[in-house]
Write a protein that binds this ligand. Structure first.
Ligand code: ADP
Ligand code: MG
Ligand code: MG
Length: 883
């Protein structure tokens, strides 16, 4: 079996298309080589080798060692250097790389192959021995952290002490001698902690690092990241071993990162940062404040440090050439990593750049305009879920701003919250329902959970490409980074800004669009959905087949739904109108009445309220279809709880409190979700359904007359399992329709349909369709009843199930296409067989989930319905499903 693929010097065994086998990084290194770009030679150990490693109880597959040796020979041939040979020293980096990019999740070891002997050889070869010792201390530090699993903070402390001793502030100011001392203190630390000397054999070092990359696939951070991003464990990671090039060889050397377009705004302008005499992740880790690559960006940022363009004009020009070439080649915005060794440029990574939703839209629209991609591709490029970011509020331009500091606008949107200084504190506060801003010097991968729990992130160090910035953009959270004017004392839990001290729990606002940090809460405005957003939506709408409706019952939701482009209401939950404080007493009267007459009295009070509810919805929706579901939840949910509430209802009904309490006890249910609810209510108490039907017909008749446009209400009967249930309720609805027609003198067209939310209904859809004019798949209940799990109780074990790989997805978030999906498919087929033109839709939460929407397209549903804020997501996802 082939486990190892080599690349280097204009040729490679792999290609960009081999991402599954070689990981994203390995596949793109191979591709860049084949394009003839300057890439240090190396090889990639496949993801299959990683999977085999785990399958074999963590031992390397047969033949791997031999293939690695051969590949090292290949590097030797291309570089004239040999691994472990002090005369012709070859150092390598060992880099992980999964299929999907997992920023910061996997660790890289640089300068591998150094030991007490080879460091001397390197020092002798180099112009400046400082470089050799800098490389060695970095190597020991990284190896100790990544491979030996020692805490990096202790090593940082040693470095900090040494800087203090030497009286310098920056690591670049340390001399060769200083760094030699650091290296030897690092080694001592390793021996203290592990009880063994720092490994001196390059071969042992190499295999130690390869093993560590494989192991990092199962580390806590990686597992968390995978869970958050739905990346299957079975993908595995590849390992890249690559000849080192050195950005820390002095003033003509540098390392940097860049995006071919601005990742925050999408503007077509190369955006990047670099550091002179630095290595690896120095730029991202915020060790020093990085410099801009282009002169334009430098001026815009008001930086007094020279740009790469000014400092190394020739290197800059070749870099720009390569960046342009790569963007054309991949036909997408690229995220590049490079190193300059004594003026010579080396490319170390390229990948599709992560970007904010706003940037994604602008880049897609502009790339389509440039002819780089087609309109279809532009639509397909946008992650529907990311549109959520654009629906975030920003600071009201008219609001007063009490600015206490300014940093970099690292991720757009504004957020207000209480200050917390650690990720754990963020999680705790979130659990108590508080909104928080995470304030840190800089974030690291250990902060992912805290960032998730926060409304926004504020850091005092780090640039636009720092960890905090990259991750926040990915999460769609506002972030201000590198606010150098702030001082954070994490131990004392204080933040000092503009002479003021803020403590944990104090409220601040951050504006990720301007980089400002403001005192207190500030008024926000909703975003305008025009420009690039509107353009992509226009393209999406022209490509999708399914309609998109919204679940809405309040006028505010209905208006929001329309403004987001909803083409009707797919689910109006009438019970939401019943919980209203002004109505609940009448509702309770109705429920607790023990005679039909008593119920009719209460229902008479509710009728005008329901009627006006519906009238308003019809008016807002202006002739678009509106599906109204009859009362669905168990009456149990409306029961009065406290003695006060019981007394209030008793007074309204003019009955004794004791009698009322008895009746309430009698209505108590043990499993209300499987109890007296849905159409079962309409069967027991037809007068409730009759009242609702009357309210609908009267409101629709009046609204139609007022607007002069016909309104065809769709009345939906919930929780039907038997055709006879539907027939019973439908007969009542039809009777009310005839009554209202007689009273008003106008005949109204309407549809009666049913939810499909029980397995029996799905199976019997062929027979139910004789009575139902439409089906709406209520996939929340259908998921509960198909799995036999309760949504309210499932989180306790679903989390365990996900962790243990029993299920990959929460079936309440993304439709279980195999099981629940099969029922949907069966019902759709059988329903259509009976009634060719039957209207089919979905109204569960899944109606706003892109993967589920794809499934709905496959089954050929006519529409999806989701909450108002997800309407744009659904429009885009429906278009992508149709393309
Ligand atoms: P990540 O997946 O976290 O981006 P990388 O494998 O890209 O990690 O390594 C991080 C950084 O280490 C790179 O951006 C680059 O600066 C540096 N690096 C990796 N390999 C080499 C190499 N062969 N020579 C010089 N620098 C390297
Ligand atoms: Mg990294
Ligand atoms: Mg990288």
């Amino acid at each position: 079996d082939k486990w190892v693929y080599t690349f280097g010097d204009g040729a490679a065994e792999g290609r960009a298309g081999d991402r599954n086998l070689l990981g994203g990084k390995g596949a793109n290194l191979a591709e860049m080589c084949s394009l003839g770009l300057p890439v240090p030679p190396g090889f990639t150990i496949t993801t299959e080798a990683c999977n085999r490693y785990y399958a074999n109880g963590k031992s390397y597959p047969e033949g791997l060692e031999r293939q690695v040796d051969t590949a090292l020979e290949h590097i030797a041939k291309l570089t004239g250097r040999r691994f472990g040979d002090p005369e012709k020293l070859l150092l390598v980096s060992v880099r992980s790389g999964a299929r999907a990019s997992m920023p910061g999740m996997m660790d890289t070891v640089l300068n591998l192959g150094l030991n007490d002997e080879t460091v001397l050889a390197l020092a002798k070869d180099a112009e400046d021995p400082r470089f050799a010792w800098d490389s060695y201390r970095r190597f020991i530090g990284m190896y100790a952290n990544v491979v030996l699993d020692l805490d990096h903070e202790e090593f940082d402390e040693i470095l900090g002490d040494e800087k203090a001793r030497a009286g310098v502030e920056l690591d670049t100011e340390l001399s060769a001698k200083d760094l030699e001392r650091v290296a030897s203190l690092y080694k001592k630390k390793v021996e203290e902690e592990t009880g063994e000397p720092f490994p001196q054999s390059p071969r042992d070092q190499l295999w130690g690092a390869i093993g560590a990359v494989f192991s990092s696939w199962m580390n806590h951070r990686a597992i968390t990241y995978r869970r958050l991003h739905d990346i299957p464990e079975s993908w595995g990671t590849a390992v890249n071993v690559q000849a080192m090039v050195f950005g820390n060889m002095g003033e003509t050397s540098a390392t940097g990162v860049a995006f071919t377009r601005n990742p925050s705004t999408g503007e077509k302008a190369l955006y990047g940062e670099f550091l002179v005499n630095a290595q690896g992740e120095d730029v991202v880790a915020g060790i020093r404040t990085p410099q801009n690559i282009t002169e334009v960006a430098r001026i815009a940022a008001g930086s007094d440090k020279p740009s790469l363009e000014k400092l190394m004009p020739e290197t800059y020009r070749s870099f720009i050439d390569i960046a342009n070439r790569l963007e054309k080649h991949y036909r997408d915005m690229q995220d590049l990593e490079f190193t300059v060794e004594r003026g010579k440029l080396w490319m170390l990574q390229t990948r599709s750049g992560k970007r904010t939703a706003r940037a994604a839209l602008r880049a897609a629209v502009e790339m389509a305009g440039e002819g780089l991609i087609t309109e279809d591709e532009a639509v397909a490029r946008i992650d529907p879920a990311s549109l959520d970011q654009l629906l975030h509020p920003t600071i009201d331009p008219k609001a007063e701003r009490n600015v206490v500091a300014t940093g970099l606008p690292a991720s757009p949107g504004a957020a207000t919250g209480e200050i917390v200084f650690s990720s754990d504190a963020a999680e705790d506060a979130r659990a108590q329902g508080k909104k928080v801003i995470l304030v840190r010097a800089e974030t690291s991968p250990e902060d992912i959970h805290g960032m998730h729990a926060s409304e926004g992130i504020l850091t005092t160090r780090g640039g636009m490409t720092s960890h905090a910035a990259v991750v926040a953009r990915g999460m769609g959270k506002p972030c201000v980074s590198g606010a150098g004017g702030l001082r954070v004392d994490a131990r004392a839990e204080t933040l000092t800004a503009a002479g003021q001290i803020f403590r944990k729990g104090d409220v601040i606002t951050i504006d990720g669009g301007s980089g400002q940090v403001l005192k207190g809460a500030v008024a926000m405005v909703q975003p305008e959905l025009s420009g690039d957003f509107a353009k992509i939506m226009e393209w999406a709408d022209s490509k999708r087949r399914m309609k998109v409706r919204s679940n809405a019952e309040t006028p505010a939701d209905a208006r929001a739904a329309r403004s987001f482009g909803a083409e009707g209401i797919g689910l109006c939950r009438t019970e939401h109108m019943f919980f209203d404080a002004t109505r609940i007493v009448a509702v309770r009267e109705m429920i607790l009445a023990d005679t039909e007459e008593g119920r009719r009295t209460a229902l008479a009070k509710l009728l005008p309220m329901q009627k006006s509810d519906f009238a308003e919805l019809f008016e807002i929706m202006a002739g678009l279809p509106v599906t109204i579901r009859l009362l669905d939840p168990p009456l149990h949910e409306f029961l009065p709880h406290s003695e006060e509430e019981i007394a209030e209802v008793a007074a309204a009904m003019n009955v004794e409190t004791d009698r009322l309490r008895e009746r309430a006890d009698a209505l108590h249910e043990f499993n209300p979700m499987l109890g007296h609810r849905g159409c079962r209510l309409a069967v027991s108490y037809p007068e409730i359904a009759e009242m609702q039907a009357r309210a609908i017909f009267e409101a629709a008749t009046e609204a139609a007359q007022a607007s002069g446009k016909p309104i065809v209400p769709e009345i939906m009967v919930p929780l039907v399992g038997l055709k006879s249930e539907l027939d019973f309720v439908k007969a009542r609805i039809d009777a009310v329709a005839r009554e209202v027609a007689a009273e008003t003198g106008t005949r109204l067209d309407y549809l009666v349909g049913t939810m499909i939310e029980l397995p029996r209904a799905a199976l019997q859809a062929g027979s139910i369709a004789h009575s139902a004019e439409f089906f709406s798949f209520g996939t929340n209940d259908l998921t509960q009843t198909t799995f036999g799990i309760s949504r309210d109780d499932a989180s306790s074990f679903l989390d365990v199930y996900r962790r243990k790989g029993i299920v990959e997805q929460d079936p309440f978030v993304s439709l279980d296409q195999e099981g629940v999906g099969e029922l949907v498919q069966i019902a759709a087929e059988r329903g259509r067989k009976t009634r060719k033109a039957i209207k089919l839709g979905i109204c569960g939460e899944h109606g706003g989930d892109p993967a589920s929407i794809h499934f709905c397209e496959e089954v050929g549903l006519d529409y999806v319905s989701c909450s108002p804020f997800r309407v744009p997501i659904a429009r885009l996802a429906a278009a992508q499903a149709a393309i």
